[in-house]
Design a protein around this ligand. Structure first.
Ligand SMILES: *[C@@H]1O[C@H](CO)[C@@H](O)[C@H](O)[C@H]1NC(C)=O
Ligand SMILES: *[C@@H]1O[C@H](CO)[C@@H](O)[C@H](O)[C@H]1NC(C)=O
Ligand SMILES: *[C@@H]1O[C@H](CO)[C@@H](O)[C@H](O)[C@H]1NC(C)=O
Ligand SMILES: *[C@@H]1O[C@H](CO)[C@@H](O)[C@H](O)[C@H]1NC(C)=O
Length: 644
């Protein structure tokens, strides 16, 4: 009875685990990273702009609890190449917390290279308010911009470092109490959330400009609240919902308010609203509309004439005005007060992006649109032709925005190497090496090295082209003290890993090894000379750079004097090797099964406890705010729990 229950649990767990895991990558070298896989389709590859994708997948928009460690490290900033191959998993850098607006940063005065920025450390418990950070190509944080003291958090929508890199603009949400005169109820007042923005100094976080909607935008412009709505207490009506801000060279600002369906031009001189595009008070003569817009940006602007890009026709929580979402490019003439669509690019699958999304113009003029849900994104030629579509293999994750850019990543950490030894007899031993280098672009291949003992000479035992984030290499013999070199174009060595010991079974006999005791490490120079003329290429022997101080294992310390042992020639027998590898995999699979059973028992027990706790909590908690999917105002969630 117990046994069959356990069996049922374990099969169930298997099904669930497979369903949940198949959409995530996993790596031997970085077991803590579970990056999302992509489904990528090129429709016209030749016209696509070369570059990398920047996305920040999340499962739920409110911060994932740090304790939700099961299948951790999917959320956070990620860089992929344009085939969906992982380049950088930044989730460990930010403790597996959601980050937002992860994007490439160009046009820095200090440095020509592409940097990156994001909003991080946004925590539910209110201990951390979050900050905007800029990282360099070495993945070091260069700048941290903190949130205003009087704000609950760094708003998740926008961290937009302006050309030159001296300042950045970000959205703000403040609770204010206002009189309801605009709704014809002058004797009443209500709390509202005033949407605004700040321009901050990148070095000091000093606020240089601060602007808020509540003394500029009356209540009746909102499509969210109406004259008949009852007033609200703190934190109040999110009546405008700011979701984008940008600045042009003339010093004026552009903001997008989703709950007024309007884009505003704000004077950099005195903060007055210079014009409204869209919504019920539009100043422009226009033969089109848009609504529930996202990621509103200047494409170009000379102060009076602007080209503005946005993600339009995005419906939202409450419904949709149209049936298809689009990236929209609008030419705005603030002299003649006309606005016209100069480019409309429909979502390739003709669907609606219910929330979120982004649009940007690439270096070659192509258009890159992030449609957000499930990471759906597309690249288009300027005439709208669909060149590429991609989405996460997963239905569990979305990204608020998606970007594409050229990028050079040069981590200061070295490549990660893991090696293991398998085999069933002394003549039949194989070493499998895995290598990856998180964050490095332009890696073409790896050279692999082994040593006869800790301070022995480094002997090249093979080379493999890089084919994926993690590269595997299989070599005959018991190779130990393994290291790898990452090679760039022209074979240039970019970085060398530390020397690592090869993993072996705890008990060779127990896992099927046929000899009395287990095998001992081979001298790599012997194996290499036996295999001369096969697939090793040059047999470079270089000095070890190992600083490890393992005890001498009683081996000769003069590798060059070693001669070839004829009994090792059977290593060349590829069939034997294949058999050994297969056997090793069988062993791993067997061990895996037992682990899954244990995990199943633990996690189902844990789940039952979780349900019990949930029921307990539900009894206690009288009010629970359900946040809008786009997250803001998260203030509401926290502040509700600790009134005032
Ligand atoms: C939404 O997109 C459709 C299809 O491209 C277009 O016909 C319509 O005018 C757009 N609606 C708005 C409100 O912009
Ligand atoms: C801005 O651009 C428009 C259209 O190209 C042009 O007519 C106008 O003269 C320009 N204004 C300035 C100040 O350069
Ligand atoms: C959206 O599609 C429905 C059904 O196809 C149609 O009845 C409706 O008129 C469309 N709405 C708009 C605004 O185009
Ligand atoms: C490795 O890449 C080089 C250059 O692209 C190619 O010529 C070579 O055939 C590749 N080697 C293997 C084993 O695939």
């Amino acid at each position: 009875m117990l046994f069959s229950a356990l069996f049922l649990l374990s099969s169930l767990h298997n099904v669930v685990a497979q369903r949940l895991d198949a959409d995530l990558m996993s790596f031997v070298t970085l077991p803590e990273v579970r990056a999302l896989k992509w489904d990528v389709q090129y429709h016209d590859r030749a016209r696509a702009d070369p570059g990398y994708w920047f996305v920040a997948p999340y499962g739920q928009i409110s911060p994932e609890q740090p304790t939700k460690k099961y299948q951790q490290y999917q959320v956070g900033p990620y860089i992929y190449d344009d085939n969906g191959m992982l380049i950088w998993a930044g989730s460990p850098t930010w403790q597996n917390q959601n980050v937002f607006d992860f994007r490439p940063v160009h046009d820095l005065a200090t440095d020509k290279g592409t940097h990156m920025s994001m909003i991080v450390n946004w925590e539910t418990d209110g201990v951390l308010k979050g900050k905007g950070v800029m990282m360099n190509t070495h993945y070091h944080v260069e700048n941290e911009v903190n949130v205003l003291d009087d704000m609950h958090d760094f708003n998740m929508h926008e961290f937009n470092i302006l050309p030159g890199g001296k300042t950045a603009v970000a959205c703000t949400y403040h609770s204010r109490e206002i009189n309801m005169e605009d709704f014809g109820r002058p004797t009443e007042s209500s709390w509202i959330i005033s949407g605004g923005f700040v321009e901050v100094d990148m070095e000091t976080s000093e606020v240089l400009v601060q602007w808020e909607s509540y003394d500029h935008i009356p209540l009746h412009e909102s499509n969210m609240f109406h004259a008949w709505d009852s007033p609200q207490g703190f934190p109040g009506w999110d009546y405008v919902h700011i979701n984008a801000v940008d600045k042009n060279e003339a010093g004026d600002y552009l903001i997008s308010l989703r709950f007024t369906d309007t884009i505003y031009g704000i004077s950099g001189e005195d903060g007055r609203i210079m014009w409204r595009l869209g919504g019920i008070e539009s100043n422009f003569d226009m033969d089109f509309t848009f609504s529930k817009q996202h990621d509103v940006k200047f494409v170009s602007s000379n102060g009076t004439h602007h080209v503005i890009s946005l993600l339009n026709n995005a419906s939202d929580e409450r419904g949709n005005d149209e049936n298809i979402s689009s990236a929209l490019f609008i030419e705005v003439d603030t002299v003649a007060m006309t606005a016209r669509v100069i480019n409309r690019i429909n979502r390739p699958d003709s669907a609606l992006t219910r929330l979120r999304g982004s649009v940007s113009t690439l270096a070659n003029g192509n258009i890159f649109a992030g449609w957000s849900e499930f990471g759906y994104q597309s690249e288009h030629a300027p005439n709208g032709d669909v060149l590429m579509t991609a989405r996460f293999a997963s239905d569990r994750y979305s990204t608020y925005r998606a970007y594409k850019s050229d990028f050079i990543g040069r981590p200061t950490t070295s490549p990660d190497v893991v090696a293991s030894v398998y085999g069933t007899s002394d003549e039949d031993i194989t070493t499998i090496i895995y290598v990856s280098w998180n964050g490095a672009t332009d890696v073409v291949g790896y050279n692999f090295y082994a040593q006869a003992y800790d301070s022995g000479a480094r002997v090249k035992i093979g080379h493999a082209n890089k084919s994926d984030f993690e590269t595997m290499y299989i070599v005959d013999g018991y190779m130990d003290w393994i290291s790898a070199e990452a090679l760039g174009v022209n074979g240039k060595v970019m970085s060398t890993s530390r020397v690592t010991r090869s993993g072996i079974p705890e008990n060779w006999k127990a896992v099927g090894f046929l000899g009395e005791s287990g095998p001992t490490p081979d001298d790599p120079s012997i194996i290499v000379s036996v295999n001369k003329g096969s697939d090793f290429g040059d047999k470079t022997v270089t000095d070890t750079d190992s600083a490890d101080s393992m005890d001498g294992v009683g081996m000769s310390d003069d590798t060059s004097s070693n001669t070839v042992d004829p009994s090792h020639t059977s290593y060349a027998d590829a069939k034997e090797v294949a058999k050994a590898v297969y056997t090793a995999y069988e062993v791993i699979r067997g061990v895996g099964g037992i682990l899954i059973l244990i995990l199943a028992t633990c996690s189902i027990g844990g789940a039952l406890y979780g349900v019990w706790r949930m029921l307990q909590n539900r009894k206690r908690r009288s009010y629970h705010h359900v946040p809008s999917e786009e997250g803001a105002p998260v203030e509401e969630i926290h502040l509700r729990q600790q009134p005032e």
